[in-house]
Write a protein that binds this ligand. Sequence first.
Ligand SMILES: Nc1ncnc2c1ncn2[C@@H]1O[C@H](COP(=O)(O)OP(=O)(O)OP(=O)(O)O)[C@@H](O)[C@H]1O
Length: 291
Amino acid sequence: MINLNLQKKLDSENGMMNLDIKMTIEKGSFTTLYGDSGAGKTSVLRMFAGLMQPEKGSILIDDAILFSSEKNINLKSQKRNIGFLFQDHALFPNMTVRENLLYALDKGQNEKIVNELIALIELKELQNKKPENLSGGQKQRVALARTLVRQPKILLLDEPFSALDFKMRLKLQDYVLKIHKQYKLTTILVSHSISEIVKMADQIFILENGSIKENGKPIDIFSNKKVSGKFQFTGEVINIKKEGFLNIITVLIEKNFVKIIAEDSDLVDISIGDFVNVASKAFNPIIQKIR
Ligand SMILES: Nc1ncnc2c1ncn2[C@@H]1O[C@H](COP(=O)(O)OP(=O)(O)OP(=O)(O)O)[C@@H](O)[C@H]1O
């Protein structure tokens, strides 16, 4: 079990903000942090990784103490065995993909892991290219692989997909899920995308002004309990197109685009980028064997 108890005063846009977070995370789980800009999500990850020091509190992984203000313990970042991937993780421009990965190896560490990651994240075709010849998504895949070279047991992801287009984002999500399972990682992801959170995470913590406002399973938190549809999915509005008196709303639900017809009155406070529930009461779905 991982226990985070973090207290720190932060300089927010509206003056001082007291960050006071207590989180319990099961090992092997996939957790997301969600909340407004400035709520303290990145600070939580930075404190866990040893890149920012809490004023008070503790960080425990089972019996191991990574940080304790009471016991005056503060393990250095390099000793915490935590992988950290940001939105924009700069690669060394003068090195090839493979060299970037080799460079991340610890002294005396076997190169085997580099080959394993190249295979797992499908970088074989790219391994001799320099970063300048890669797309944004490819660079982020390499950055993800590099984060994993030292075989961390904990992976912290701070909006790693937000600069990517949709297709790339979905692909990267799949790689992260594959890695999370294969290496039995405990993963914490900061994300603003509800569909991403529902797809990937076992639990979510919603942060507001440095505190936890809600916590639970993503689908329970996001599904509007007032709607009693037979089927209910959460998705992101991608497009709204007016056709005569009606509107066609395209919603991304997991990997599928679903088109929904709506009247103007249904659209009062819905715009592109919103997260919505899509529910249906009276239809008989078709079932087909696919495997
Ligand atoms: N080292 C620091 N010392 C004091 N205050 C800080 C420090 N680092 C960040 N802050 C402030 O703490 C607040 C929370 O920042 P943080 O980056 O954790 O928020 P966030 O929820 O990740 O936001 P976003 O979604 O925009 O990335 C911000 O107002 C920021 O200015």
